[in-house]
Design a binder for this molecule. Structure first.
Ligand code: HEM
Length: 418
């Protein structure tokens, strides 16, 4: 699929790509954009790598520029009060996103980040391993009995909900609504969400807050082990340090519960779909299972679950030969940076042994994904054990892509298991 689009790009006349790049807008995407955005990203990277979306907004496509922005949080702030004020008005979605650590600068960011990082130490993560293996093997047993499954609903989506549920020690019987809430809240982050999507997102924040108020009250009464339970850690705060306000606590719990769901589901789904599209890579991974580490990094680079990031400039800056004022709103295209030939030789080749592979799928700098090693663990276990059990799995119907630009993945990948 990716190769076909590459050929199509090579065949297309150059001026068309230039015209496309200069007039690009997220409001009018080409019909096949969701299927394969990479030729379009390449056109932007080549012809207009720092692209004006409107008077106040730019889209940044090159690896070096995206990395520079992530690494300079003073000039490029994560504060979203202006952008989300315009997008969500005074609403639960506004309250939620503007209170979560990812959309804040220090000091709120630093306080919450330290508490989360303290519960995600390498030791805590390696202790999760046997639980993830048991969960995955149980799902594989069920899949074997059925002979055919949907890789998303019956496998990829079933793993992160349990892992994140364990991290916050949400009782098993109460995990049912978590994925739906998460999809609704993150869906409203699309560049142009419809009124329905906004309402779904707002309703999900309201329901989530109601639920968490009970969970937090219960945990205050019966604290868990703060070395493993992020919720207890967030409630107790740092020894001798500041505590989070109730609003900060609840909104950041929602963020953590959301952050690891769809992204990790998509890592597993995108990874298993890539092994369908690139049979040589699949064969090699079966023959050399030790390549699973570099394979997962390549899956993250090649089909990044999170394609876009955002920042706002606190001071004027120069980029791509032009000067932009303070207040400029910036969309960073992670998906494009990860295919930039200046950084990755043969970027459109899926190479499971690629090394080095300094992809930006988890961003970089002070906001770099706090759960990246949890996601990597889930990805490695889910993909390697699936492949060991069903080396010849094959599609039983065409996969269905979720039609989103920010979060890249599938809603369905039906397969026969062999
Ligand atoms: C493949 C899976 C994942 C991907 C691709 C991913 C990607 C990202 C990215 C790009 C950011 C930076 C956003 C920005 O600054 O604009 C981020 C932040 C974050 N992620 Fe992940 N993530 C994944 C899984 C997870 C998991 C499993 C967890 C929790 C266990 C998690 C928790 C977080 C948190 C707490 C932040 C905020 C960090 C901060 O602002 O300092 N993520 N993630």
């Amino acid at each position: 699929m990716a190769q076909m689009a590459q050929q199509h790009m090579a065949a297309a006349a150059k001026p068309d790509w230039e015209t496309f790049a200069r007039s690009f807008t997220f409001e009018r995407l080409p019909a096949d954009f969701h299927e394969n955005p990479y030729p379009y990203y390449a056109a932007l990277r080549t012809h207009d790598p720092v692209h004006r979306l409107d008077e106040e907004k730019i889209l940044v496509m090159r690896y070096a520029d995206v990395e520079r922005i992530y690494k300079d949080p003073k000039t490029f702030s994560s504060d979203k009060t202006i952008e989300f004020g315009a997008k969500y008005g005074n609403s639960p979605l506004y309250e939620h996103h503007t209170t979560s650590l990812v959309f804040n600068d220090p000091p709120l960011h630093t306080r919450v980040r330290r508490l989360i990082a303290g519960a995600l130490t390498p030791r805590a993560i390696s202790e999760m391993e046997s639980g993830v293996v048991d969960l995955v093997d149980h799902l594989l047993d069920q899949a074997e009995e059925r002979g055919a499954i949907d890789l998303i609903d019956d496998y990829a989506a079933a793993i992160p909900v349990e892992v994140i549920g364990n991290l916050l020690q949400v009782p098993r019987s109460e995990r049912g609504p978590l994925r739906g809430w998460s999809l609704a809240i993150l869906g409203a982050l699309e560049p142009f969400p419809s009124a329905d999507k906004l309402e779904e997102g707002n309703a999900a924040v309201r329901d989530f807050l109601d639920y968490l108020a009970h969970l937090v009250a219960d945990r205050r009464a019966r604290p868990g082990d703060p070395d493993k339970d992020i919720l207890t850690r967030l409630i107790q705060g740092e020894a001798g340090g500041e505590r989070l306000s109730e609003k900060e606590l609840l909104q950041n719990c929602i963020f953590i519960l959301n952050a690891g769901h769809e992204t990790t589901t998509n890592l597993i789904g995108n990874g298993l779909q890539l092994l369908i599209e690139w049979p040589e890579a699949r064969r090699r991974l079966i023959e050399e299972p030790r390549l699973i580490r570099t394979a997962v990094e390549e899956m993250l680079r090649f089909e990044s679950s999170n394609q876009l990031g955002n920042r706002i400039a606190t001071a004027g800056f120069e980029m791509g030969g032009r000067v932009f004022p303070a207040g400029t709103q910036i969309t960073l295209c992670i998906g494009s940076a990860n295919r930039d030939p200046e950084q990755f030789p043969n970027p459109d080749v899926f190479d499971i042994a690629r090394h080095p592979n300094r992809h930006l799928a988890f961003a970089t700098g002070i906001h770099q994904c706090a759960g990246m090693n949890v996601a990597r663990l889930e990805g490695r276990i889910a993909i390697s054990r699936f492949l060991r059990r069903f080396p010849d799995y094959e599609p039983s119907a065409p996969p269905v892509r979720s039609q989103r630009v920010r979060f890249r993945g599938f809603t369905s990948i039906p397969v026969r298991l062999r």
